[in-house]
Design a protein around this ligand. Structure first.
Ligand code: CDP
Length: 222
């Protein structure tokens, strides 16, 4: 079957990456988490005290950043590396989550990430999730999914993931981080989160993982 590009966009924690991973596995495609790239850049900025309000500092910092994805042989999933270090887990921390959407508004940061995303997707056979994949990164994607879910459902899902690593995290803290990021992602000047005109909406508030996969696979093989 002809390989296609599948773009999955949507709000924070609405199951984009779960669906993207399942689709990639079913179809034998590559899965790329574009949010992990913004998170890894944010981690670098935080660790190196980069003043991201200053364009020159941002440009200089980006010159020092090499991002790559490598497959974990045990899980079969791609993990993100920052200058050769596996940062897949550390970038999920709330400290990074609190700053990532601000960093993701920066023009130079977006250009840096989008260029690499397009390069990775140039051979098709890819599922990429994020905020601007169907609108900016791959406007020609053959299948675009726009995912959403009730905001409390999303906060509870993310809280359940985070509390395993950090027992001190609270549901309110997680919800307020999601709300703040959704606001910034939908209101920023460059490539804001918005549904592409030709995207299909999936609201998974009431769907099981199997149901959402079946739904998406139906669109993918049409
Ligand atoms: O997994 P979660 O929904 O929490 O977010 P993520 O996909 O890891 O993305 C983290 C942040 O990166 C988002 O809140 C956006 O601010 C930014 N992002 C973006 O601007 N564009 C993308 N294509 C992907 C993520």
């Amino acid at each position: 079957m002809k390989k296609i590009v599948i773009a999955i966009d949507g709000f924070s924690s609405c199951g984009k990456s779960t669906l993207a991973k399942q689709l990639a596995q079913k179809l034998g495609y590559l899965y790329i988490d574009s949010g992990a790239m913004y998170r890894a850049i944010t981690l670098y900025f935080l660790r190196n005290h980069v003043d991201w309000s200053d364009t020159q500092s941002v440009i200089q910092a980006l010159e020092q950043i090499a991002l790559s994805f490598h497959r974990d042989p045990e899980t079969g999933l791609n993990e993100v590396y920052l200058n050769g270090e596996n940062v897949e887990y550390i970038i999920r921390d709330l400290v990074v989550a609190e700053k990532v959407s601000e960093v993701a508004t920066i023009k130079e940061v977006r250009e840096f990430a989008v260029k690499q995303q397009r390069h990775i997707g140039s051979n098709k056979g890819i599922v990429m999730d994020g905020r601007d994949i169907g609108t900016t990164v791959f406007p020609e994607a053959e299948l675009k999914l726009f995912m959403t879910a009730d905001s409390w459902v999303r906060a509870k899902r993310r809280f359940n993931e985070m509390v395993l690593k950090n027992p001190h995290v609270t549901l309110e803290e997680v919800k307020s981080n999601l709300d703040a990021r959704d606001y910034m992602d939908t209101h920023r000047a460059i490539s804001p989160l918005t549904k592409a005109a030709d995207a299909v909406t999936i609201d998974n508030s009431q769907l099981t993982m199997e149901e959402q996969l079946d739904l998406a696979l139906n669109y993918a093989v049409k």
